[in-house]
Every structure is written in structure tokens, then in C-alpha cells.
Write a protein that binds this ligand. Sequence first.
Ligand code: NAG
Ligand code: NAG
Ligand code: NAG
Length: 511
Amino acid sequence: MLVPTTMLPRTPLYRWLAVAFVVALVFVWHPKLDTTSLVAYTHTKPSSSPDPSNSAGLDPTSWVRQVLKTHSVGPDVSYAARTLQYIADEKERPLITEVDHALLPERFQNITIDSSTPLPIGTTLGVHVKQLSRPEDADASSVIFSVSTTLDRFNDDAMGPVKEFTRWLTDGKGNSNGAGLILALINCTDAELEGASKRLSSVGINATVMAANPSLDMPGRYVDLVRMLHNHPTASQRKYFALIDDDTFFPYISELIRRLFTYDYRKPYYIGTTTERVDWILANDAPMAYGGGGVFLTASSAKIIAEGNCLEKREDGKYVLDAQQGDRLLYNCFHRNSEVTLTYEPLLNQMDQFGDPSGFYESGDQPLSLHHFKSWHKAPVAKIHTVADACGEDCVLQRFKFKDNFIISNGYSVAEYPKGIDFDLEQTEFTFDVPADMPHPSVALFYRFGEGRKSLSKSGRKSQWVILDARKERDGNVKQIYLKQKSDDRWFEPEGENPARDSVIVLTWVP
Ligand SMILES: *[C@@H]1O[C@H](CO)[C@@H](O)[C@H](O)[C@H]1NC(C)=O
Ligand SMILES: *[C@@H]1O[C@H](CO)[C@@H](O)[C@H](O)[C@H]1NC(C)=O
Ligand SMILES: *[C@@H]1O[C@H](CO)[C@@H](O)[C@H](O)[C@H]1NC(C)=O
């Protein structure tokens, strides 16, 4: 017999609330209750707030389905997911972090992403990381950067630098992190300068947009940036004056600033890195800083260049200081006008290697600058860096090694080594291309990458899922999508077959 609704109030309201609470708890916790996560939870703190996208009735994986669709992945895919809860209690960020659990205890499922069914989000596993230093914690006010580029490049969807600049020149929430930026644009109108300026300030970048001197050529425009830095209204508040290319990226801005402060800003410094190519160092015959890795001056060294008459030309139109490249002209000017020599900072990177950059990004290092990531090699550095909004900048490219032979190189890739990890993880995997003009391939990159280890491509010993997209879902929470395309023949066994499906791993980083 049905209980008449009029009888309900006879049960005290608090009992109904208690029952509802228990039911709600079961629903909230149920997806996380498997044995692995129970073990993992012995050192994790359960998060008590339900996912707001769930409470709004939205599927938290609809963004994943949309991204996969946009990139024509699937619809039938092999799929795995895991939620990683970062526990920020480590003092150091090691070259490799061992996690005493499997990354994917349930392996992959075959699913179809066309359906409207929410995708699995995976059980939760705790991982330990260094104390958080997120973009919003950075204070970069001691540095002013400068770059010269064309308006076309600046505005280009693919080649333009604004997405990447936003990652390291702002707090990630639309405000400047204090760093200054001089953007010198070539050959454009006042209205175009104004447009560029508005675009940068709309994302929170504190930029001064100026016209590059139209009478200068490329090397001249580069060295002229030093004069602009030296004369900038904020120059007296700055300690370091940087020259960069429009494709230079700083993944660890707080760490970069800390590192710069180890160089006394009251002294004349010329800090930078050289090319990775030993043959080019010898061909150039100069201990100079290569511009793409970033060059850092102090006030007194900037003054030497700004007042050094570096751009003087001979009657034949060539520089008196004889250089075809801006970074070489800068070096020649220091060499002629002062006793300042290069301070080599090996954590900066010119990145003159070609081809598959995996060996670099999967090395576990913390490179203070990146370059050539849209040309000589491809790496979506803004997407790679997004996870800094969750587990902090030190966690970017941090390696986590799991019991089931998976290694996450955070933001760049997830790799599986199905036959075990029996190689030296301190050695760089030599995945790079060897261009035809490289005279001694085994020697040309040796001094930068050391002995290295052989590429595992086509050996059947490695499979790699690379970052497809990443998104901050809310404060402290970032979702990453990694993809292994079925057509990627690097991961076939020597006489193996193509896998039938694209394969996707989704990681969600939560506090
Ligand atoms: C997934 O489907 C492929 C064929 O598309 C099949 O070879 C594989 O065994 C399936 N995997 C699982 C876990 O069902
Ligand atoms: C500047 O613009 C003019 C006219 O549009 C063009 O002819 C010239 O090549 C441009 N110079 C550079 C350096 O882009
Ligand atoms: C840019 O930085 C300068 C110097 O710190 C400051 O005076 C100015 O207000 C900043 N502008 C914006 C839009 O934040």
C-alpha cells in the first residue's frame, strides 16, 4: 500500500535529511572506491566539495569529447583516465618521482566518444610534488623583456606569440606578473601599434608597443632593443634587461627570476646560452649568446650597448662591427667596447636540434627557456604549461614513474615501456633528427646532451601519448588530454600491426 503523502511530515525532517546525506555520500564516493585508490588514499586528503560542473548538471568530460571531435579522433577509441591529486609537501623537485602505484590499473577500455554518455574520469591517486609556485605567485617586476617582430607574425593564429606570452607574463588570471615587455613592431601604422597594445593589455600583459626604427635591418633592430630597454620609463626599477625572440618561452618564471638574482645586478652582466651544435659554435668562432634562448643584461651592461655606437655602418652598407646576425652584433659590440664576456647559463636553451623533441621534453629537466617550438620542432608549450595552474610551475615537465611502467612527463607526454624500464633515466633519449649538414652527428650535440641513449622508436619498447590539449577547469584543477594516433608508426613492433584505434589518456590534476 502506498504511503499517503500526508504521512511524510510525521517522520522528523532531520531523519530525511540524514538519509539524503548518506545517499549523497555514497554517490559522491562510489566512483573512487576501488582497492588501488583506497591504498592511495592512505596518504591523500579527500576533497569534500563536489564538482561544480556536476552540480550544474553538466558533464565534466564534455570538453574532452569536443576536443577529440575537433581533432577528428575516433569516434571509436581506446580510452583510459586517472585523477591525480597533488600533495605539495616535497622540498625538492627531483629528476624523476617514483609513485608506488600503477597509473592505469584498469588499463584501457574501448569506447565510442560520439555518444552523449559521460566518459570515465578514473579513480584518484595521490602524488607528491614540491610546494606550489603557481603563475599567480610569481613576481617578475625586476625584469623587462624586449622583442622585435612583424605585425603579421604577431597577429598570426599559429605563429603569433600572445598565447605563450600570456603564460609567463601574467598571473594566469588576466593581470600582469610585474614583468615589463617592449614589443618593437616592424613597418606598421599607429593604428596597428595601438591594436597590438590593446590586445596585449586585454590579456594582462604590461607591454610598451613601439615602432621599430624603419631604417634598420634585422641585426640592427635586435641590438636597438637594448637602447629601448635602457630608455624605458621603468628602467630604473628593473634589475635585468632581456632580449628574446618571438618564439622564446619561459616555463619556470619564478625559478628564472631566482636564478637571475644569483647574478649581482649591480655588475655588468651578459648572460645567455650557446647553440647545442658544436659545429656551429666552431663555425661562428665566438663565445656569444644565441638570441633565441634569451639574453639577460644588467643596467650597466645595457648602457655599454645603448651608448656604444654599435650600429655604425661602412660605406658598403655593412656594419663596422661586421655581423650578419643580431646576437653576433651584440657580442661584437661588447667585445669592442668593454671587457664584458658571456656568462654561460646552461639552463637557458637555444634548441637548435631538429625533429622529434621527445628526448628533450622527457628528460625530467627544468629548462629555463625554450625556443624553436613552432618551427624546428613542434611542442605546444602553452598547453604543456597549463598544468602549472594546478600543481605549480615546478610540476611542469616533472616525470612521474609508476609501477606499471608508465612515465608521465607532465604536460608533454605519457609513455609506456611495455618491456620494462631497464635503461638509464638520467640519460636523454636521442630522438632528434640528424640534419644532413651535421658533420659528426655523434659529436655535434654531445656537449649539450651528453652520451644520450638510443631512440626507442620502432623498437616495441615504448608507446607514447602526446599532449593534445589542456584546460584549467577551475582554480587548482587542470585536465589534460594525451593522444596516441593509430597511424603513429613509431610505436609499432618491428613486425607488428597498426593498432585499430586511436588511444586517449585523460589526466585530471586536483588539489
Ligand atoms: C578493443 O577493440 C580492438 C579492436 O578494435 C580489439 O582488438 C581489442 O581487443 C579491444 N580491447 C578491449 C579491452 O576490449
Ligand atoms: C614594409 O612595408 C612596405 C609596404 O607595405 C613593404 O614594401 C616592405 O617590404 C615592408 N618592409 C618590411 C621590412 O617588412
Ligand atoms: C605597467 O607597469 C608600470 C611599471 O610598473 C606601471 O606603472 C603601470 O601602471 C603598469 N600598467 C599596467 C596597465 O598594469
